[in-house]
Design a protein around this ligand. Structure first.
Ligand code: NAD
Length: 509
């Protein structure tokens, strides 16, 4: 095929024509097939998910006091995966009592070295069961297996390894001070990184000598319950880790339990504000990791092809279900047209589909409710006068799938620019000067993460000092490491998790 033919076909694709075909009909070449691969599904035959799960309290699985159960659904097929217990005040009270007893009788009495041994063991067992955990994460949450296998599970194990190392070195971490554990920690996590968020919370809590009552999100409870099996099999003393499942009402019971010393919450800003109000004046410690609307800034001197990859990684992978997603692209005028065209071309090659297929780039939206929320934002964007572009790739007929979407012709006051959508939806704005980019970047209620793409170190430093965000990546995006602290400014949260900073919220001095 000649270069001009190739170019013409690529143009057709990038214009979003429904089914791109070869310009040379005689050859019967389907150009879209360039991006089609044979299915490569990960086998899930060896993975066992029970029909019903109970709470994990005091080292064993126990039925909920009121006998009520909820259902977890596979968002890629809409099939029910299993039932899980719905926690009530009675269940939460049992879990808090077990955690208190374990704290006073066992866990706080152990040396840091002994605690560290248990945490190292848990880390190794996560590695041993890595494949199983990755598959379950993809079935329960809809994320591509490539992501759960290569990011979520290895990073979860890495957090346990990292904090296990701190358990016997707390006196060196805070020289001249006497760090003491807090007691019982209530921890509530969201659905976008179920096992990883659990690791961010449980690993530092145990390393610092606290015990835990954790509630996973109602749409992704299964890996937390598999983690409970790991705690049991690791011989962790009963009551040190308790997992109570349920929805918001169960989380609220944990927050308001009088014998909880600290609340660690990751989730929406709306619920974070409710929690902050309800524990005001109680003396409970609090960390909040909340929503975001990350600006991703591309200067004219940036390596454009690298930036395009970074933009795709920042917003489209993991279906945009990332609190620190780069959901607002700010691009300098001189390269805007070229960059947007390259981005559209790249979007054509993204595969949206079966989360268990190793070729899949974008899996299923986590739940029906989240799917409907994203659809409503697409309507809002169009009604606000923005121009919407979606690639032509096919999406499965069943399940909750959303094509990667761009909005151009947006203004700073548009809701799609200001509000967190939490889906594969990118807004694009242009700027002329670095000052304008910084002004626009800072102009939302959030301040969690940001990105900057440029050839000049000086621009990276200037932007980094001026943008109010807890994390800033330069010439890359969404890179995580357990040694690095993470957290937000403004309505994106209070406190830091990860690294040495992640020990502070679990200690008193
Ligand atoms: P959500 O706030 O609806 O729910 C989070 C958790 O809180 C769930 O377990 C839920 O059952 C529980 N919950 C709900 N109402 C509660 C209440 N009144 N009291 C106590 N617990 C309650 O959030 P979500 O939709 O599950 O997750 C998406 C949100 O999480 C997004 O806003 C995203 O940005 C944020 N998030 C932030 C980070 C971060 O590190 N900053 C990481 C991941 C996700």
């Amino acid at each position: 095929m000649s270069d001009s033919n190739t170019k013409e076909s690529l143009e057709k694709i990038s214009n979003g024509s429904p089914k791109p075909t070869s310009p040379n009909a005689d050859l019967k070449l389907d150009f879209a097939s360039f991006w089609e691969y044979s299915p490569a599904p990960e086998s899930s035959e060896h993975v066992k998910i029970d029909d019903r799960y109970n709470h994990f309290i005091n080292g064993e699985f126990v039925e909920p006091v009121k006998g009520r159960y909820m259902k977890s659904v596979n968002p890629a097929t809409e099939e029910i995966i299993c039932e899980f217990a719905e926690g009530t005040s009675e269940d939460v009270d049992k879990a808090v009592k077990a955690a208190r007893k374990a704290y006073e009788k066992t866990w706080s009495k152990l040396t840091g070295k002994e605690r560290g041994k248990y945490i190292f063991r848990i880390a190794r067992m996560i590695q041993e069961r890595a494949r199983e955990l990755a598959i379950i994460e993809s079935i329960d949450g809809g994320k591509p297996i490539r992501e759960s296998r290569d990011v979520d599970v290895p990073l979860a194990a890495a957090h346990f390894f990292y904090y296990a190392g701190w358990a016997d070195k707390l006196n060196y971490a805070f020289p001249g001070r006497k760090p003491k554990s807090l007691g019982v920690c209530g921890q509530i996590i969201p659905w976008n990184f179920p096992l990883l968020m659990l690791a961010w919370k449980i690993a530092p809590a145990l390393a610092t000598g606290n015990t835990v009552v954790l509630k996973p999100a109602e749409s992704t409870p299964v890996t937390a319950l598999k983690f409970a099996e790991i705690c049991r099999d690791a011989g962790l003393p009963a009551g040190v880790v308790n997992i109570v499942t349920g929805a918001g009402a169960t989380g609220s019971e944990i927050v308001n339990h009088p014998d909880v010393n600290k609340i660690a919450f990751t989730g929406s800003t709306k619920v974070g504000k409710i929690i902050q109000k309800s524990i005001a004046g109680t003396g409970k410690k609090l960390t909040l990791e909340l929503g975001g609307k990350g600006p991703n800034i591309v200067f004219e001197d940036a390596p454009i092809d690298q930036a395009v990859e970074g933009i795709v990684n920042a917003i489209f992978f993991n279906q945009g279900h990332v609190c620190c997603a780069g959901s607002r692209l700010l691009v300098q005028e001189g390269v805007a047209e070229k960059l947007v065209q390259k981005l559209k071309d790249r979007m054509e090659t993204l595969i949206v589909g079966d989360p268990l297929d190793k070729n899949t780039d974008i899996g299923a939206i986590n739940s029906k409710a989240q799917f409907e929320r994203i659809q409503s934002y697409l309507e809002i964007g169009v009604n606000e006068g923005a121009e919407m572009y979606q690639c032509s790739s096919k999406i499965p007929e069943n399940g909750y799938f959303c094509k990667p979407t761009l909005f151009t012709n947006v203004s700073q006051s548009n809701r799609i620019v200001q509000e967190e959508i939490f889906g594969p939806v990118l807004t694009i704005q242009t700027f002329r000067t670095p000052e304008e980019a910084i002004e626009k970047a800072n102009n939302t209620p959030y301040g969690l993460a940001s990105g900057v793409w440029t050839d000049k170190g000086s621009k990276i430093f200037k932007t980094g000092q001026s943008i109010r965000s807890g994390v800033m990546w330069s010439n890359t995006y969404n890179k995580f490491d357990p040694t690095s602290p993470f957290g937000g400014y403004k309505e994106s949260g209070i406190g830091r998790e990860g690294g040495l900073h992640g020990l502070y919220p679990y200690l008193t001095f």
